[in-house]
Write a protein that binds this ligand. Structure first.
Ligand SMILES: [Zn+2]
Length: 157
């Protein structure tokens, strides 16, 4: 068992130690959480349709889409230039869950420079973790034969 399971076998959040056992914080600001939030809306559809609709509404607005955007327009837009990121396009996400197109995405080096400019004493744990993972991502990329000026991109599916 991992370090998120307490002595009673219950789940305990390490990022939110004040949270009671068996609870987890799911943030609309984290793209990793969006599929879970969409599934939650689905699961509540019959029991609480208003909750389901509101979760879906926020999932759309936090991706920069107007509330009344048609469903088939349900794509992500670039925080930098506003361009729609469609399936097949390359993109990256920022720490606060914004999407950036290939052109506006920072390179491995840009991302690390951003953190190096910060005073570590003003950063929270999450930021320090991100700075560390930027440092590691750049080192791994260069070790694998890449250039620091390449961009860490994901293809939209
Ligand atoms: Zn852009």
């Amino acid at each position: 068992m991992g370090h998120h399971i307490d002595k009673n076998g219950q789940f305990q959040s390490d990022r939110h130690p004040g949270l009671p056992p068996d609870k987890i914080v799911v943030s609309f600001k984290h793209p990793e959480a969006w599929p879970a939030l969409a599934a939650l809306a689905e699961a509540y559809q019959h029991r609480d349709p208003e909750l389901a609709a509101d979760i879906r509404e926020r999932l759309r607005t936090c991706r920069g889409l107007p509330i009344d955007a048609p469903l088939d327009d349900d794509f992500f837009s670039c925080e930098g230039c506003g361009k729609t990121i469609k399936p097949g396009d390359k993109y990256t996400t920022t720490l606060d869950g914004c999407f950036l197109c290939e052109e506006d995405a920072p390179s491995f080096q840009d991302a690390l420079d951003h953190w190096n400019e910060r005073d570590p004493s003003t950063m929270n744990d999450e930021e320090r973790e991100c700075a560390e993972s930027c440092r590691k991502a750049l080192a791994d990329h260069v070790a694998a034969g890449g250039s620091p000026d390449d961009k860490p991109l994901t293809v939209m599916t």
